[in-house]
Design a protein around this ligand. Structure first.
Ligand code: ADP
Ligand code: ZN
Length: 436
């Protein structure tokens, strides 16, 4: 039997002790932050010139939020709080939405981050006997190296293949009897569609678990992946500004992702009013780092939307859980005046059994109106089937989507393998409206 906890004392710390520890670490973080040009100026404005000015955890709320733009303005050294000689690693965000943000780590920072990732892995019931195939890209992106270090710390056998080269991925999964895949959900679905071509069936593999993250996906996509591969899929959430993976992960009960609250203070705010949302209500996640000395971040607005589950967890961990990320505030599409998140579309189409492993949301102008086209790959058996059946399927999708998003979309059915494939984060939305 594998260990139930990576570090039981830390993971099951009583809430009052956890809050005490947070306060101690917040003070330490304020001292680190005051060494950076950016926070020195900003904290002074809020009347904070030393950690002694922080008496309670609530004092954090007097500090302004830090945004992605702040980080960009600080590029490259404005948020560095130690001498460069003490920095052992630099990471950046993927830069999906502009200039990448840069985060520095000392040796101790990497050690602590690795420990958090190790906790996540053990929380899924995995351990030394597992063969871990890391299909997230290595490099500046934190997904690859982050899990790699954690997996080694736990003692798993790591296959550091990175992303891409689907045939080789499948071959190695088979040859090394991989038990855990770390991968984006979109690439996992793609992998499934390539199995037969590579000469394998799911039954030839030894896969037991999949760690899915780096991009938003729906509960129905998780279910689909679990059914197709016969695995247990776990949601993994993180962002480079908070180190990367290891911020938040599901335990075996899979009802929300535990956030390691001895390393991060979490807040949920209404992105319009910036006020804290009532308990269990969705809003933008805001994090404060507590254990990263080289780049402390105070009240960082992630733009990711989720809510906190109140109450404990059957696993005994006391660190609270967040829901699945439903989208990013900057992902929201406004279609003829109606707000739509791509995840709403995914949730609907992925529960339809004939739907294959890829889809795309396409927006264009038709006169003065917006037109939403949802392009969906369906299984080839279906595609070669009766025309009436295809019409019925198209109509069902249109109705289901219309009921959920209040927009009447056009549905295009596509053959398997015809829509663009992404080996890292998928780009599901193609919006051509601005160009007109
Ligand atoms: P970028 O912001 O450039 O994509 P990162 O590589 O740091 O930079 O990616 C972090 C972002 O990826 C998160 O802020 C979130 O939007 C998304 N993300 C990561 N994991 C998940 C997940 N499990 N579910 C939904 N979104 C996720
Ligand atoms: Zn739990």
């Amino acid at each position: 039997m594998e260990k139930a906890y990576w570090n039981k004392a830390e993971e099951t710390l009583e809430r009052s002790a956890l809050r005490k520890l947070q306060l101690k670490r917040l003070r330490q973080t304020i001292d680190w932050a005051l060494r950076t040009p950016f926070y020195k100026a900003r904290l002074r404005k809020s009347g904070i010139s030393s950690s002694r000015d922080i008496k309670h955890l609530d004092d954090l709320k007097a500090i302004p939020f830090t945004t992605k733009d702040d980080l960009r303005e600080c590029y490259p050294y404005g948020l560095l709080s130690v001498g460069l000689k003490d920095v052992v690693r630099v990471h950046t965000s993927s830069g999906t939405t502009g200039t990448p943000t840069v985060i520095y780590h000392t040796k101790e920072d990497i050690f602590r981050w690795t420990d958090l990732v190790a906790r996540c892995i053990v929380a899924t019931g995995a351990g030394k006997k597992d063969i871990f195939q890391n299909m997230m890209s290595y490099g500046m992106f934190t997904g690859g190296l982050g899990l790699h270090y954690g997996a080694e710390r736990v003692g798993m056998t790591v296959i550091p293949i990175g992303s891409g080269n689907t045939r080789r991925q499948i071959q190695l999964m088979h040859d090394f009897k991989t038990t855990i895949a770390h991968i984006t959900p979109s690439y996992m679905l793609h992998l499934y569609s390539k199995l037969a071509e590579a000469g394998f069936a799911v039954s030839d593999l030894s896969l037991k678990k999949a760690y899915l993250g780096a991009e938003p996906y729906s509960e129905n996509t998780r279910k689909k992946i679990e059914e197709l591969f016969g695995v247990d899929a776990y949601n993994s959430y993180g962002l480079s500004e908070m180190n990367g993976p290891g911020v938040s992960f599901e335990c075996v009960y899979k009802r929300g992702m535990h956030v390691w609250e001895d390393a991060y203070i979490i807040e949920v705010i209404d992105p319009r009013t910036l006020e804290e949302t009532p308990a269990e209500q969705e809003g933008e996640i805001v994090f404060t780092t507590l254990t990263r000395s080289a780049t402390p971040l105070l009240r960082y607005r992630t733009r990711d939307l989720a809510f906190i589950y109140e109450g404990g967890c059957k696993c005994g961990r006391t660190h609270r859980k967040i829901s699945r990320i439903t989208g990013r505030t900057d992902d929201m599409l406004i279609i003829n005046g109606v707000n739509v998140y791509p995840s709403q579309v995914e949730e609907v189409i992925m529960r339809i059994p004939q739907v294959g492993t890829n889809y795309q949301i396409y927006l264009e102008k038709e006169g003065s109106l917006d037109k939403l086209v949802v392009k969906v790959e369906i299984y080839s058996k279906m595609f070669k089937g009766d025309l009436r059946e295809l019409d019925a399927l198209q109509e069902r999708m249109r109705e289901d989507l219309c009921a959920s998003i209040i927009i009447n979309p056009e549905i295009e059915l596509h053959e398997p393998g015809s829509l663009p494939v992404f080996e890292g984060k998928a780009k599901r939305v193609v919006d051509t409206r601005q160009k007109l």
